[in-house]
Design a protein around this ligand. Structure first.
Ligand code: UN1
Length: 515
């Protein structure tokens, strides 16, 4: 192991000698399949992590269930106190954990740290929430009656997360779920097991020092078989899944067929629309970050750019200049803006998108190739790409497909309505942004005939949302909402309780049923 990798792992108390256990349910274990964690920058195998065997998995699910049954009796503010301690422990390890995200996932250091910051922020949010997860009192139509809407803990929440946010997305789920009095069982991406082990170590210590069952935050690393078992289990009350539309469709069917709850965060195919009155000093860098940040591997990455014909030449020349200034580099080195793609599959996705663009005779303004010279040949580095496809038809596969790589397609428009139609014409509906100073455009954009995405921004790029608002998308993005807003309401079981304090028992709607 390189000294750099071992020093990051050491700081997070991850053993650098084998075996590394990828299962935690109050105790560490895992004697199933081995999953390699490969550094996307150097190709170095960072570790081999042992997943759960089918039996270990069933034990972990059962222990999560038991943990929930204990934990639901702990008062919510006391649960908040545990979250506060988790928050403090995460904050102490913010830089080390951020470095591990960069090492294992490949995003640059400030983005790796930013992801840990999201986890810290959502813990703060959930600490507050733990004293505010309130129900309601509803007026009854009957005298001497009161209706209460009561949120109770839900059960076990299965969290299936993706490689691109190996820490934050779990954090959003864990924080709300724990505040709500649930146990979680986390199945991370098989290619980022070390991030999940490091995070779980931090949380486990806090739970154990509070004499709480560790299985409140169970971890089961592994491949599809592990994910499928979690999704199929009737002991898992809600499944929160982040990933592709294809897998999401399968997960949703299975969970629906057993009448479980489902929360989906699937593909994004996010557009920025630039009006002639836009402030390009703001818009150009924002599109640059949206398209290239995390090497185009955020669900919220900017993939489509719709430019008003009047600003297009200037916008494109300024954006091309920024692209030309970008050098790929080690994501851990400060100043690097472009790290590698996460894995070989991502390289194939990129290559496929470029070949489709060439095939369709698109104008490739920038990029389009892999970096194949040393030292980049060892990692998954690609040139960020800007293309103008011949057709602007949003139904065309080039526009309608989410390509998880830094490929930005551009089209020109004359009227805002046309651009809004294109924005809405794709299957996905996660994030979108409009650049304008004209309040009339803003009104159209955020109104009934405006953008149909879950995140609708004005003079703010498509990616980089704060945790305070609900995060999620519509249509094939799956309609799920995580993090802020009212997202917590999904992590509880609601009951409407009508209580009769009177000496009579009248029926609702004045129904008379006396014998
Ligand atoms: C994701 O890409 O799955 O808004 C999550 C953002 C981040 C979260 C992205 N706060 O880009």
């Amino acid at each position: 192991l390189s000294t750099r990798a071992s020093s990051i792992l050491n700081a997070l108390e991850i053993p650098t000698s084998e075996p590394i256990h990828g299962v935690y349910d109050g105790a560490w274990g895992g004697s199933g399949d081995v999953h390699e964690s490969v550094c996307p920058t150097t190709g170095e195998v960072l570790a081999r992590v042992h997943a759960a065997t089918p039996e270990e998995l069933q034990t972990a699910i059962a222990k999560s269930r038991d943990a929930y049954e204990q934990f639901r009796h702990v008062p919510a503010p006391r649960r908040g106190e545990i979250l506060r301690q988790i928050r403090e422990s995460l904050a102490k390890k913010r830089d080390d954990l951020g470095a591990l995200v960069s090492l294992e996932m490949g995003k640059i250091r400030t983005e790796g740290e930013g992801e840990v910051q999201e986890f810290i922020d959502i813990c703060d949010y959930a600490v507050g929430l733990s004293r505010m997860m309130n129900g309601r009192v509803v007026s009854s139509e009957r005298p001497g009656h009161t209706i209460l809407e009561i949120p109770n803990p839900l059960g076990v929440v299965g969290v299936l997360s993706a490689f691109n946010f190996p820490v934050a997305v779990y954090g959003w789920n864990l924080a709300l779920s724990l505040a709500a009095g649930n146990a979680t069982i986390w199945k991370p991406s098989p290619s980022t097991p070390l991030c999940s082990v490091a995070v779980t170590k931090i949380i486990a210590k806090v739970l154990e020092s509070n004499n709480m069952p560790g299985a409140i935050a169970t971890l089961v690393t592994g491949g599809n078989d592990v994910g499928e078992a979690v999704v199929e289990s009737v002991d898992v009350d809600m499944v929160s899944f982040t990933g592709s539309e294809r897998t999401g469709r399968k997960v949703a069917r299975v969970v629906q067929s057993r009448f479980g709850k489902i929360l989906l965060e699937l593909g994004g195919n996010n557009a920025s629309i630039v009006m002639p009155d836009a402030d390009l000093d703001l818009a150009v860098p924002a599109v640059f970050f949206g398209a290239i940040g995390t090497a185009g591997q955020r669900c919220t990455s900017t993939r489509r750019l719709y430019l008003h014909r009047k600003v297009a030449p200037e916008f494109i020349s300024r954006l091309k200049a920024l692209y030309a200034s970008v050098q790929p580099g080690d994501p851990l080195t400060s100043g690097t803006l472009l790290g590698p793609l996460h894995n070989r599959t991502a390289l194939d996705i990129y290559a496929d998108a470029i070949s489709k663009l060439r095939h369709a005779d698109a104008d490739i303004l920038s990029g389009g190739r892999r970096y194949e010279h040393a030292p980049f040949d060892k990692g998954n580095f690609v040139e960020p790409t800007i293309a103008i496809p011949r057709s602007a038809d949003a139904h065309d596969a080039i526009w309608a497909t989410e390509t998880f790589a830094p490929v930005l397609n551009v089209a020109l428009f004359d009227e805002l309505e046309e651009a809004i139609n294109w924005n809405n014409a794709v299957p996905q509906g996660l994030s979108s942004s409009l650049w304008t100073r004209d309040i009339r455009n803003v009104g159209k954009w955020i109104g009934p005939a405006g953008s149909d995405t879950g995140i609708v921004n004005v003079n703010v790029g498509t990616s980089g949302a704060e945790i305070g608002a609900a995060f999620g998308g519509n249509k094939s993005t799956g309609w799920g909402r995580e993090s802020g807003g009212d997202a917590w309401k999904q992590y509880v079981r609601w009951s409407a309780c009508t209580v009769n304090f009177s000496d009579a028992a009248p029926l609702a709607q004045g129904v008379n049923f006396s014998a």
